[in-house]
Design a protein. Sequence first.
Length: 96
Amino acid sequence: MTFPPMGAGWREVTRAGTLMFSGGGGAFIVFDKRPYRYVVYSAIGQGWGSKAGVVVERSGKRVASLNCTADTRSELGPALFSAAGIRPFEGGFELP
């Protein structure tokens, strides 16, 4: 799946945020394609290591959680979000 389509106003459907944990943190980027929402995330925390993947929600309810199974390298974070002009996500996000 490619979303949003090339040339589309991607900033209108894209938001991003950060997560804070004891001994770590994370970042996520959200794409809205009503009634679906896709959340791409990466995080690291003391005691549980690192997590990365995609969560799919439909009408606000989680319908899928796809975890990365190979080594991941993420550039998600405040510096990327600011440089790309991605607005903050106002809602919350909980890791799967």
